[in-house]
Design a protein around this ligand. Structure first.
Ligand code: KG4
Ligand code: ZN
Length: 332
C-alpha cells in the first residue's frame, strides 16, 4: 500500500509518500511571505497554498518514484488549523481521490504530530505520554493506543511556540522566534532576570504563556532599546528557561500520573535542544525514556499525515467525500 499525505493546515505546504516501510519523500514548502508581518496572515496563507500545492505534490511523487496510479490512498489534514488553508489541501485531496478512484482519509493534524515519533522510531508503541508543543498548540497527551488519546492538559491562552514567536517579535529578532531565541540563549546568562512561571491551580496540567510574554514586554520597555540590544542573549535564555521549566514539569507530572515509561516530544518547539536535554535529564532520574523525531519531522510535514493515514487505511477506515475542514478539531 502506498499513501500520499497532504498537509496545508497553517503556513507549510507539504506532500509526502509513505509505503509502510519508509518515507519515500517528504516535500515541505514554507511560506516566507508572512515574515515581514511577524506572524501568519491567513488570507495570504491560503493563496500561497493554492499556488504551490500541485508542484509540491508532483515533486513528492517524483522524488518517491511513484506514479499517480500506484497510490492506494490519500491522507489529508482536515483540522485543526486555518479554515482557508485546510480547505486547499482538502479540495486537492478529494479531487485526486475522486479522479483516481482511490481512498480518502482525513487526519487530525495533532495526531499527525504524534505519529511523527513512530516514523522516526518504528519500534515505539503506545502507551506513552507526548508533549505536543508548536506554534498553534501546547498539550500533554496520554496515548493509550494508536487512535486513543486523552488530553491531560492544554494551553489556556498562547501556545508555547506562539510565545517564542511573540517574544522574538518584541525583541526585534524576526519571525519565527523559536530558532533565533534558542541560538541567542546559548550565550546568555540564565541568572540575568527571573521571568514568571505560570503553574496555575494545584494539580492542573494546563499551560498559560501570555503572562510570561507580558513580563518580557514589560522588561524590554523598562530597560529601553539600547540595553535590550546589549542583553538579547540574556533575555532569550531567561525566557526560554521559563518556558522549559513549565513544559517539562507538567509533562513529567503527566507521565507520573499515567504511569508511563516512555515520553515523546512533537511539534516545532520539540526541535529545541535545551528542552530535549532537560527532559532526558528528568527521564534518567525518574526512569523513563525520552523520544523525539528529527527536526524535519517535528515541524509541520506531510510525512506524519501519510504515516497516520497508512494506519487507518490499512484498517479500512476511510473518510467520505463530504469531509470538511474543522478548524478547531480536538484530539480526544
Ligand atoms: O509544528 P510547527 O512547524 O507548526 C505548527 O503547527 O504550529 O511549529 C512552529 C513553531 C513556531 O512557533 C516556532 O517558533 C517553533 O515552532 N520553533 C521553535 C524552535 N524551532 C521552531 N521553538 C523553540 N525552539 C526551536 N528551536
Ligand atoms: Zn503543527
Amino acid at each position: 500500500m502506498i499513501v500520499l499525505g497532504i498537509e496545508t493546515s497553517c503556513d507549510d505546504t507539504s506532500a509526502a509518500v509513505y509505503d509502510g516501510q519508509s518515507l519515500l519523500s517528504n516535500v515541505v514548502s514554507t511560506q516566507l511571505v508572512h515574515r515581514r508581518f511577524g506572524g501568519i496572515v491567513p488570507e495570504l496563507a491560503s493563496r500561497s497554498h493554492i499556488q504551490i500545492i500541485i508542484p509540491v505534490i508532483k515533486q513528492a511523487l517524483s522524488e518517491a518514484g511513484v506514479a499517480l496510479k500506484d497510490l492506494s490512498g490519500i491522507a489529508v489534514t482536515y483540522g485543526p488549523g486555518l479554515a482557508g488553508s485546510l480547505l486547499v489541501g482538502l479540495s486537492v485531496a478529494k479531487g485526486m481521490a475522486l479522479s483516481l478512484g482511490t481512498s480518502l482519509v482525513g487526519i487530525n493534524h495533532l495526531e499527525g504530530h504524534i505519529w511523527a515519533n513512530s516514523l522516526a522510531h518504528p519500534q515505539l508503541e503506545p502507551p506513552f505520554i507526548v508533549l505536543i508543543a508548536s506554534g498553534g498548540h501546547t498539550q500533554v497527551v496520554h496515548v493509550r493506543a494508536w487512535g486513543h488519546y486523552a488530553v491531560l492538559g492544554r494551553t489556556r491562552d498562547d501556545a508555547s511556540g506562539e510565545a517564542f514567536d511573540k517574544v522574538g517579535k518584541l525583541m526585534g529578532i524576526g519571525y519565527p522566534g523559536g530558532p533565533a531565541i534558542e541560538k541567542l540563549a546559548r550565550d546568555g546568562d540564565p541568572t540575568y532576570v527571573r521571568f514568571p512561571r505560570a503553574f496555575l491551580e494545584e494539580g492542573s496540567l494546563d499551560f498559560s504563556f501570555s503572562g510570561l510574554k507580558t513580563a518580557v514586554l514589560n522588561h524590554v520597555r523598562a530597560i529601553g532599546p539600547a540595553a535590550t540590544q546589549d542583553h538579547l542573549n540574556d533575555i532569550a535564555v531567561c525566557f526560554q528557561e521559563a518556558v522549559i521549566d513549565v513544559l517539562t514539569q507538567k509533562t513529567i507530572e503527566g507521565a507520573r500520573r499515567a504511569g508511563a515509561s516512555h515520553l515523546c516530544l512533537a511539534g516545532g518547539v520539540a526541535v529545541n535542544k535545551a528542552l530535549q536535554e532537560r527532559l532526558v535529564g528528568f527521564g534518567e532520574k525518574e526512569g523513563f525514556k525520552v523520544w523525539w523525531p528529527s527536526p524535519a519531522l517535528c515541524t509541520d510535514n506531510g510525512g506524519m499525515i501519510a504515516r497516520a493515514g497508512y494506519y487507518y487505511l490499512q484498517r479500512n477506515i476511510r473518510s467520505p467525500m463530504s469531509l470538511s475542514p474543522i478548524p478547531s478539531l480536538n484530539l480526544s
